[in-house]
Design a protein around this ligand. Sequence first.
Ligand SMILES: [Zn+2]
Length: 179
Amino acid sequence: MTVENPAEKANAPRLDLEEEHEIDPYSVVEIKALMDEASKHRNSARWAIALALGLRQGEALGLKWADVDLKAGVLKVWRSRNRPKYKHGCTKKPCGRKPGFCPERQLARPETAPTKSRAGRRTIGLPEELTAILREHRRQQAAEKKLARQLWTDGYWMFAGLPASRSARTWTTGSGKGC
Ligand SMILES: [Zn+2]
């Protein structure tokens, strides 16, 4: 027989529901795509930055090069990148596919949002190791961009889209616009 102890219950760590709502969880497929990507070391700087600075995925993905000053060693976090959500754009003849596969798909929500985390908008001092990682990342990205030519959809994101899978590929779509 178990007896519930109300005092114990009251002391249990409580989930901050508001905080919980801000997190848009990744699907298993997306996580797999992300891990595959991480294992290839492309954009691995993102993991280093996110883990070292305690950024959410959306905050790390929402970083643009304009948000960092590598000389001064500061990073501004104020934007979060939403997971893309699509709606049909096929107004004349329904395509019969899922919205994400619609040939004329439209973004169903803004690509970015101001960061809502408790700490809110913030400026973070970058340890030297991280500025070095970002310098190297920028160099690699410039090389990739050169190779990709017109296939590169440039939103000036610090961490550009993942090309490996469909779900990952959606990250690059429509990112040509600024915020
Ligand atoms: Zn459609």
